[in-house]
Design a protein around this ligand. Structure first.
Ligand SMILES: Cc1cc2nc3c(=O)[nH]c(=O)nc-3n(C[C@H](O)[C@H](O)[C@H](O)COP(=O)(O)O)c2cc1C
Length: 352
């Protein structure tokens, strides 16, 4: 039987993420963010069965591949799950049609600001659109355009990231739109204490990525998982662009030869453009394709030296391989412990 402090903690947490849970259709406000090559149906099912919300990484899939993945989830009786799509994907509409055909409940729209046509297309299928908000002004605009939920993802996250830290985004955006739609905070969260802190600030839940990479259900190669377990926060570094004509969205990954090769590739692309053997558009494409190919090499083939080991700064908090259920149970336990500590400390200071 839970003691009164634990009961108090649980009911406080329940009240804070009630809205997020209702929006997602889950029993916790914990989401596992889409991770290209990692977030296939096994991981999504594992997260959903453990009470979280799993998101398929549809960004690099063809419509047929996405359809196969969703079929697995539907036939396994999986609870509500989301699909992450990139708005500039050449087959974007076909991918939305696949989601509509299987009554997918939520689409997480990445890769830039979605147009009103995108929101209309999702609305025609009754799919709830969730968008990524990089500032308070854009969060407001996305809601006016039709976003029913938002993710705010800070610079500490793994994969492609924006320039602003999670804490700053949370302070800036949650007070402005946190009461209008459910807002989920992502980036650098590896522990229940982190989740609790964002619930205190008005989040409806939190999205974690790196923390789920080493689960048994994740299809990442064993070498990829081992690299996560060895890494410290400071090993998850940002890639950078070397020429303003070739804009690079920074990628956070564990430092290795791929980080160096990315700079070498950019230098050779710049040289080819200057010599006229490559157009600027072809150059941009080559740079864009680098990360997707390098991520496959690391996640699926296990080449953690020359492939891209995308990871957030939270990677330092990952100590072992566990099931999705163990991860979510641990996060919940840590949330309750943190709440209890705060409560005991405030009771002590009141008595003195
Ligand atoms: C290996 C890896 C691949 C990722 N791929 C994607 C992706 O395809 N689409 C996306 O929206 N976010 C992607 N992300 C970001 C996650 O969905 C999530 O928001 C992020 O990992 C949260 O930060 P954390 O890693 O500190 O928990 C990726 C992250 C990692 C670690």
């Amino acid at each position: 039987m839970n003691n009164p402090t634990t009961c108090h903690a649980l009911s406080w947490i329940e009240a804070q993420w009630k809205r997020g849970k209702e929006f997602l259709g889950t029993s916790t406000g914990i989401l596992c963010g889409a991770m290209t090559w990692v977030s296939h149906h096994e991981l999504v099912k594992g997260v959903c069965d453990a009470g979280g919300f799993g998101i398929l990484a549809g960004g690099s899939m063809t419509p047929d591949e996405l359809s196969q993945q969703i079929k697995h989830l539907v036939s396994s009786g999986c609870g509500p799950f989301g699909v992450n799509l990139i708005v500039f994907h050449p087959s974007f509409q076909e991918l939305v049609d696949v989601c509509g055909q299987y009554n997918v409940s939520h689409i997480f729209l990445g890769g830039g600001l979605p147009s009103s046509t995108v929101f209309k297309s999702l609305a025609s299928y009754g799919i709830k659109p969730v968008a990524f908000a990089p500032s308070a002004a854009l969060a407001r605009r996305l809601i006016l355009s039709g976003a029913q939920g938002l993710v705010i993802e800070g610079n500490e996250a793994g994969g492609h990231v924006g320039p602003v830290a999670t804490q700053v985004l949370a302070q800036e955006i949650l007070p402005v739109v946190g009461k209008d739609v459910p807002v989920f905070v992502a980036g650098g969260i590896g522990n229940g204490r982190g989740i609790l802190s964002y619930l205190c600030m008005g989040a409806s839940g939190c999205q974690l990525g790196s923390r789920f990479v080493c689960t048994h259900e994740s299809q990442a190669h064993n070498s990829f998982k081992e690299a996560f377990i060895r890494a410290q926060a400071r090993d998850a570094v940002l890639s950078y662009g070397i020429d303003s004509r070739l804009p690079v969205i920074p990628v956070r990954a564990i430092s290795n030869k791929a980080t160096e090769n990315f700079v070498i590739l950019q230098k050779s692309v710049v040289k080819d453009i200057e010599e006229g053997t490559l157009s600027l558009e072809e150059g941009k494409m080559k740079i864009e394709q680098f990360w997707s190919g390098a991520l496959y090499r690391a996640v699926i083939e296990g080449d953690i030296e020359y492939g891209s080991v995308m990871a957030g700064q939270s990677v330092g908090m990952i100590k072992s391989k566990e099931s999705c259920k163990q991860v979510i149970q641990t996060l919940l336990k840590e949330m309750v412990e943190a709440f209890t500590e705060i409560k005991m400390t405030s009771a002590l200071s009141c008595n003195t």
